[in-house]
Design a protein around this ligand. Structure first.
Ligand code: ATP
Length: 429
């Protein structure tokens, strides 16, 4: 985008406890700064007077507790101020969590169970503001010096890494409103699909693996145990989606359930969790600023996310095109396919598809345009229980020469020869 003319520069005065809700234009970015007062974007305070550049299509709000004047330069899809927000309720939740962190830290020396900080899960329908609330709670905690762990179970629109994954990372600083979560060494498990219905069992297995890994880290780290975790979930809350929420609550030993904008879900959860007095179920209002995103927008967002992994947010990374021999790599798919040939089964028995079976995949044209994960596994048997080092994108398969061309974030050898494939595709544009 060209630099905007002076006439597009404008100021907005915000009263205390109000916010400026903005959707950046589709084809140009927006510059914005705080002229006076103090303001934050989703829990992260903005530096005074410094211009920020918000990328196209970003939807966000600049909130102020005590009043501020905001200056904008550029065009927006929409921008309006709102003085009705649930922010007071949200920050009250933060205050309660903070108290629990302090208590956990104080009692960490006596090794009692109270040394466990809050384990928060944020649930609710799609577009209820789950990711945004998770982000605010994490940024507010980080501002106070905690390093809470962010766990993202949303395989559709994850904010830690590319779609199709579940991941966790400690949040050491308030989350940058533009850059998002820094991609330094998150713990990532590759599910390989953008909806859990592809393989519910596998999803559960990976959630379990991630929780066990975090549990091990917590046991050796008083500080992160006291800071606790914030778990973001998918918007699928019916049927199997609901079952998966219960599974996550159980698996991560959640003690605070925050339900956004749904009475029914809240009462259902209160009901099933009533025999667990140490689990609090809290209903919270959805913000009127949350923007609904349609299927097409979500697909686009997924594709952008993958692009960002290889090329960087501002096209500032240069991925490498590498070539490998077929014999240098082993590709596996998890699940599907009959467990045993019919001939090996007792008469009358049907071969069942084992959802967590490791299936070797032939290298051929079918891999073109797929995104594969590079496992940390040393042996094929370890693939399901191993997290992944990163991702590659297949750009060419030469059957004759038995060579495969792929895009990777860097040059050089892959950290492992074991690759996992699912249904995650990307069309480089
Ligand atoms: P999903 O279930 O699809 O993951 P979600 O419940 O996590 O959705 P969010 O991603 O938090 O919802 O919010 C949806 C969109 O609305 C995001 O683009 C977010 O930046 C935007 N948004 C959230 N709160 C506000 C607000 N107060 N003002 C403006 N935009 C907002």
């Amino acid at each position: 985008a060209s630099s905007a003319s002076a006439s597009t520069v404008r100021q907005v005065k915000l009263d205390r406890e109000s916010e400026l809700r903005i959707e950046v234009a589709n084809d140009s970015s927006l510059r914005l700064r705080v002229l006076n007062g103090t303001a934050e974007i989703f829990g992260t305070e903005l530096p005074p007077e410094i211009w920020l550049t918000l990328p196209p299509r970003l939807k966000f709000a600049v909130f102020t507790w005590y009043g501020a004047t905001i200056e904008m330069d550029g065009t927006t899809e929409t921008d309006y101020t709102a003085d009705e927000t649930p922010m007071i309720n949200y920050v009250n939740v933060h205050a309660i969590l903070d108290g629990r962190r302090n208590r956990a830290k104080a009692s960490s020396s006596d090794g009692s169970s109270t040394s466990e900080g809050p384990r928060v899960i944020v649930v609710g329908p799609t577009d209820s503001g789950k990711s945004t609330l998770s982000r605010m709670l994490l940024s507010w905690a980080a501002k106070q010096g905690w390093k809470p762990t962010f766990v993202d179970l949303d395989i559709g629109q994850g904010s830690i890494t590319i779609p199709g994954c579940i991941a966790a990372t400690p949040i050491e600083m308030p989350i940058d409103p533009v850059e998002g979560i820094p991609l330094e060494m998150p713990l990532v498990y590759f599910y390989g699909h953008t909806t859990p219905s592809n393989n519910v069992e596998l999803y559960k297995v990976l959630v379990k693996e991630l929780s066990q890994l975090l549990e091990r880290q917590f046991s050796g780290n008083v500080e992160s145990r006291a800071a606790g975790m914030v778990i973001n979930t998918m918007g699928w809350i019916e049927g199997i989606g609901y079952e998966l929420l219960l599974h996550a609550i159980e698996t991560f030993n959640v003690n605070v359930v925050l339900v956004l904008g749904q009475e029914k879900l809240c009462s259902m959860l209160r009901d099933v969790l009533r025999n667990k007095p140490d689990v609090d179920v809290v209903k919270l209002q959805r913000s009127g600023g949350v923007v609904s995103r349609n299927v097409k927008y979500r697909q686009k967002a997924r594709s952008h996310r993958i692009r960002e992994y290889f090329y960087g947010l501002a096209n500032d990374l240069s991925p490498h095109s590498n070539i490998a021999n077929f014999s240098d790599i082993s590709v596996y798919r998890i699940g599907g396919g009959p467990q045993a040939p019919r001939s090996a089964l007792p008469i009358g028995a049907e071969p069942a598809a084992d959802p967590t079976r490791l299936v070797p995949v032939n290298i051929n044209q079918d891999l073109l345009h797929l995104v594969l994960a590079v496992s940390f596994a040393k042996e094929p048997e370890q693939i399901i229980s191993s997290n992944v080092a990163g991702f590659i994108y297949i750009t060419d398969v030469d059957i004759q020469r038995k060579k495969i061309t792929y895009l990777a974030p860097s040059a050089g050898e892959l950290p492992s020869k074991y690759l996992i494939v699912g249904t995650l595709t990307w069309l480089e544009t």
